[in-house]
Write a protein that binds this ligand. Structure first.
Ligand SMILES: *Cc1c(COP(=O)(O)O)cnc(C)c1O
Length: 347
């Protein structure tokens, strides 16, 4: 691996107490090109713009996928990754679906380790602080022929993150638009999945909701996910989450919460969830909580629902499952508690 370090770090110019998430990047980036059927020598370079042809296929046909993961620093200044192998396996799955070459585990893991170690000062200790890591692959062959590209670039960039209060989150259960369909690319972290969500989300925002709950594309009868988060519903003392599928992304936070729930003997059902069931539970007062799970937010409580022009408020409760899960997960991530699942990986 070729490593070219920055002459003067940019870290002094960053106000870590006031981070605009996702818009400040660390000093370095990782890059590896794929040409003539193989991955070439990887490089770590100062973070910079890249030069790319306007005919690169990614711009025209959207052949691109990504991952999202985090590194955490403990009180002894040691940095930890959370289930990085799962991110590796998922980017392989996404790449296959998009007819892209699979990055090797060695390039992915060594790229990750070396890059984080070079920019280690950017990972701040303290609860809520983390380094958000964005690996991604895109088609950069110069050709607008509508077939899969022959050339690609795999890159990793990192953005320092701090915990921030997202405000009250209300979600709209979507009945006309769909995020993903059976047989489609919803299970892949395909860049285009996000582009397709922006317009319906803008409409939902105009109606007073921050995010959308996507439902099945055939009849809009079953709950899917929130697009950047998987969803959990607490009815009485039972937790419900939908099984992953073609159209529901296999979130690493989601499967971690399921394992924590099982270990903590919290009753959890992984099964298709009817919209009707959630609305009825809300009307009868049995719907106690809804929360989203995802790397960026960990666990995000949702306080209200919208469905067919009606709004439903959730009760404010003490000892919520959402805060319980958030703490359990964070304690493992920050090396505060034991890690009975072997999820933590030293950088
Ligand atoms: C990334 C993502 C999630 C959350 O996955 P995590 O691995 O928990 O971060 C959920 N839904 C979609 C569509 C996603 O792209």
């Amino acid at each position: 691996m070729k490593i070219e370090k920055i002459i003067k770090s940019n870290i002094k110019n960053v106000d870590f107490s006031n981070l605009d998430f996702g818009s400040v990047f660390t000093d370095h980036m990782f890059t590896c090109s794929y040409k003539n059927g193989k991955w070439l020598e990887a490089e770590i370079l100062p973070y910079q713009s890249i030069s790319i042809s306007p005919s690169a296929r990614v711009f025209h046909y959207g052949q691109a996928c990504f991952e999202g993961m985090k590194a955490f620093k403990d009180q002894n200044n040691k940095a930890w990754l959370f289930r990085p192998k799962d991110n590796y396996q998922r980017i392989v799955k996404s790449s296959k679906r998009l007819a892209m070459p699979c990055i090797t585990e060695k390039i992915f893991m060594e790229g990750l380790r070396n890059l984080i170690n070079i920019d280690l000062d950017w990972v701040k200790p303290g609860f809520g602080n983390s380094l958000y890591i964005r690996p991604f692959i895109f088609a950069d062959q110069e050709s607008i022929n509508a077939t899969e590209s022959l050339n690609y670039k795999f890159m990793i960039i990192c953005a320092p993150a701090s915990s921030y209060y997202a405000g009250d989150i209300r979600v709209k259960i979507e009945k006309s638009f769909s995020r993903a369909a059976k047989g489609g690319v919803g299970y892949a972290k395909a860049a285009g999945n996000y582009a397709a969500q922006f317009y319906p989300t803008i409409l939902a925002k105009e109606q007073g909701f921050q995010q959308i709950i996507w439902t099945d594309s055939s009849n809009h009868e079953f709950i899917e996910e929130a697009g950047t988060m998987n969803l959990f519903f607490r009815i009485g003392d039972t937790l419900l989450t939908a099984p992953v599928s073609d159209s529901i992304l296999d979130g690493i936070t989601r499967k971690s919460l399921i394992e924590i729930a099982k270990r903590e003997k919290i009753k959890i059902e992984i099964r298709p969830i009817r919209v009707k069931e959630i609305i009825e539970a809300s009307e009868s007062g049995n719907l106690k909580e809804i929360f989203g799970s995802g790397t960026a937010v960990t666990v995000l409580p949702i306080i209200g629902l919208g469905y067919e022009n009606k709004k439903y408020d959730l009760p404010r409760i003490e000892n919520s499952f959402s805060s319980f899960f958030k703490k359990k997960l964070n304690d493992i991530q920050y090396n505060i508690s034991e890690d009975p699942f072997d999820w933590r990986v030293k950088v």
